[in-house]
Design a protein around this ligand. Sequence first.
Ligand code: PMP
Length: 392
Amino acid sequence: MAIYLDHAATSPLRPAVLEAMQPYLTTHTGNPSSLHASGRRARQGIDEARETIAASIGAQPREIVFTGGGTEADNLAVKGVAWAATSRGRHVITTAVEHKAVLNAVAVLERSTFEITVLPVDGHGRVDPLDVAAALTDRTTLVSVMAANNEVGTTQPIEAIGEIVRGHGARLHVDAVQWAAHEPIDVDSWQADLVSLSAHKLGGPQGVGALYVRRGTQLLPQLQGGSQERQRRAGTENVAGIVGFGAAFSLVHGDPEARRAESQRLIELGRALTTGLLAHDGVSVTGHPDERLPNNVSVVIDGVEGGDLVAALDLEGVEVSTGSACTSGSTEPSHVLLAMGIDPHLAHGSLRLTLGPETSREDVDATLAAFERVLPRLRTTQGAQPKATVPA
Ligand code: PMP
């Protein structure tokens, strides 16, 4: 079995989640819109998952819209709110480190004569709430800021941003896809109007997500069809997937004490991993030293290509990622690292290791041993030696 350190890309389906889903794949297979008993049984599964997720984030069940994943939730939030609010303005604010689901959605708006402000971040990947305040105009209808970054794990000061946006009257969208796998959400303390979630980052199935939509938020649906999800997302629901999402959510958030203990365990393992990686020349940590997700270890390594390192570690039975899985395969350095001011040459050597519930101390030690074996080899074949490190 490979050592899997890529939980930010996807976190394997938890056995209890599969167990919860199974009846909805085999027995309760009705269409939840059908009025007969089979339909009602499927509907009940969706309703229970909706209640679980809503209660965990301080929302009402009717404020949860199930989607086909985090990408769809982001698109629905960004385009849905921007298009519904055009009578008030056509200005949207976001940040340079958002997931492509947000950045490419605002790019589409920009082509439809919306004005887009993309806020910078500091060297740790953090947005300054004062920059949000300065960017708001009387035409601004939406601010979209992620709670935690998928590449470097940096978390954002959402409460401070929420305070500013609420005072202005624009809507706040928070992409909490990575955050929700580790940290609790309270939509009211964030003062968020929309929050994106995705099941497969927290041990649920792939292809299921949700958008929290605060009551009273105008939203233009992005799919035309039936009247599912209170007319906000047409299409027959992924019943088993939604049930699995609910089960995964309650596994992670049902017991706050256990969640805190698991976070602490991951922080300690991450620390050991980081210390071991930093023992090599030319390795520097990326992202914020403290304000980061507990399971994220990200570094840049001078003198190697991140993709080559991922391939070499894969041969050693260790699965990691270079930056974001969604952009791997492209030879462009990560937009997140570039926005943080990291030299493009260094950004090519990025590596992300994201731990999960099954990660053990032995896994960390074996990963460091594998790293020790492959790094000198790669540096020799690529003829490169460490030169630079990331500015502090
Ligand atoms: N936002 C963030 C921050 C993510 O990490 C991801 C997944 N990489 C998404 C959105 C998209 O979610 P999904 O994979 O469910 O479409």
